[in-house]
Design a protein around this ligand. Structure first.
Ligand code: RUB
Length: 307
């Protein structure tokens, strides 16, 4: 349980962050927990796995990759403890392997859409979006990137550092300069924390302003997302919860503590409607947002009744 608690804490405090990384860390935690679980009965085994699954899922509410990873990893059909343990270990390893391959595939598929000379704007720090960008660069495409700072946690700096290691030229801008620079941009590429059945995207707060500005300037808006970022429960109308984080991420509380008419809000994600999205690059190919439902039905492997 100690490793599960450590992983949960790292996800909560964002030491482990980004929807894909969170998912893989949770799969690893479930796998190692199941491997070391000492129980007297199958009932106890089931109860402990359920408890740990729910605990991991509760660490961050928005990235649907987290419950998807936990559910896919903690699946078992045997009523025998040793066999069920083995099933979980295999399912978690399979999830981790597929997640790594998915990033590679997204890079390969998405990079074909990048032209020589493209200026690409990105937001926050998405490993899926970066996979497209770095693959295109490694394939010899001469590209440059405009990255937002992505306040308040400034994940844009992680993006800049990552791209710099590849020797890719970048420009760092504040989030409010997105529309100002959109005229210089050919494509916008962002990642996803979740994609709803209607094709709407949930990603780092501010993503929707990139989409709006791209739409206005008629620039292409591309989302990079593994199939495990699609949200099955949105098929039946369940909303995706937007995480609201502590306000001291935005402002020094001492600065506003004497003010009595001020509230501070810190939503971590926002919604971009499907109509602003030109394509979603997934590990099974490029799809229009209208195909999100099909991805959930056919590629996540869940029947509606299980949601
Ligand atoms: C990260 C973020 C990323 C998505 C996709 O938010 O919004 O764009 O998670 O990332 P946070 P990836 O920093 O709050 O976790 O493509 O790496 O899964």
């Amino acid at each position: 349980m100690q490793k599960v608690q450590e992983t949960a804490e790292k996800i909560r405090n964002m030491e482990i962050r980004g929807a894909g990384r969170i998912a893989k860390a949770a799969a690893e935690a479930i796998r190692d927990y199941a491997a070391g679980l000492d129980v007297a009965s199958m009932e106890e085994f089931s109860a402990r796995i359920r408890e740990v699954s729910n605990f991991l899922i509760s660490t961050r509410p928005t990235a649907v990759s987290l419950p998807n990873a936990v559910k896919l990893s903690s699946k078992y059909s045997s009523a025998n403890v040793e066999e069920a343990r083995q099933e979980i270990i295999e399912n978690a390893n399979l999830f981790i392997e597929r997640a790594d391959k998915a990033l590679e595939k997204i890079g390969k598929i998405g990079s074909r859409r990048i032209q020589d000379g493209d200026v690409i704007m990105t937001h926050c720090n998405s490993h899926a979006a970066l996979s497209i960008i770095t693959t295109a660069f490694e394939n010899g495409k001469d590209i440059s990137i405009i990255s937002t700072e992505s306040r308040p946690r400034c994940q844009g700096l992680l993006t800049i550092r990552h791209l710099n290691n590849f020797g890719i030229p970048t420009t760092l801008i504040v989030d409010s300069a997105v529309r100002y620079y959109m005229k210089d941009v050919d494509k916008v590429i962002v990642g996803a924390d979740a994609i709803a059945a209607n094709g709407a995207l949930v990603n780092k707060i501010g993503t929707s302003q990139l989409a709006l500005a791209a739409h206005e300037a008629r620039k292409s808006f591309m989302v990079a997302a593994e199939t495990f970022k699609f949200s099955p429960s949105t098929i039946v109308g369940n909303p995706i919860e937007i995480e609201e984080r502590a306000v001291d991420e935005i402002v020094d509380l001492a600065v506003i503590s004497e003010l009595s008419h001020v509230q501070v809000r810190n939503p971590a994600f926002d919604f971009t409607p499907a109509e602003y999205i030109d394509m979603i690059v997934t590990d099974i190919g490029i799809i229009p947002p209208a195909m999100a439902y099909t991805v959930i039905k056919e590629h996540l492997g869940w029947e509606l009744g299980e949601i």
